[in-house]
Ligand binder design. Sequence first.
Ligand code: SF4
Length: 267
Amino acid sequence: MNPKLWNKTAPLGRIEDYNKVLPVLEVYRCIQSEGSRFGRPTIAVRTTGCTHRCFFGEGGWCDSWYTSIHPEKGGFTFNDIVKIYDENPHVKEMMLTGGSPTMHPALVNELTHFANERDILITIETEGSHYLETDYPIGLISLSPKFSNSVPVVGAMTPNGSITDEKMVQTHNRLRLNTEAILATMAYHTDYHYKPVWDGTDEGLAEIEDYRQKLNIPKDKTFVMPAGDTRETLIEMYPLVFEMCAEHGYNMTGRDHIIAYDTKRQV
Ligand code: SF4
């Protein structure tokens, strides 16, 4: 089996040098504003690099495009992560996000050791491209599989003004909907929720529901999130998602950090 698809038997490794610069782009304190841990103070650890290139049409590009479409270089060490927890002993959560954090197995594994020592609950945001059997299971898998509404359109302009080509589409689709890895991830780690992005279309809703049924995910573990990377686009989407979730029995999750701060980073 391709080890890029399936890391079950590969040792994940550890971070030996806590002063080494890691593929970590941001480390900051904030409030979790998506999904089942909504409202809790947390420390965001944002890795850089992603297996995908999401483009949601009118919903825009991936809101963290600087980690995915045009990835910036990391600048933080593991000691920086230790330090922010030392400075914020009241924070007992971590939002491990990206990009695609599972591209960095040794880092994720080291964070599970750190979280276990400090009694911190890690929420990892993942599109499900890789399964990682970490030494300690992760507290919450926040699973956002990427459906057909995320596929870039050839000819679209990217956030830095490049033009999307077929190669970018292929990169995006290579590990998209890696169901085998997703099922293993859900089974191994402590808990999960399913957090699909909805673009307001019937086709998009059908894909969300079909995949939920395929994976046997209960509706009360499903948090549907509106597509949108700006305050303006989200405000337009919110009423649609409210009404759809009320009708179908899913949970609705907003993206309140974007409502509060629009496109500002590290919030
Ligand atoms: S998987 Fe997530 S981080 Fe990667 S491009 Fe898509 S939305 Fe962005």
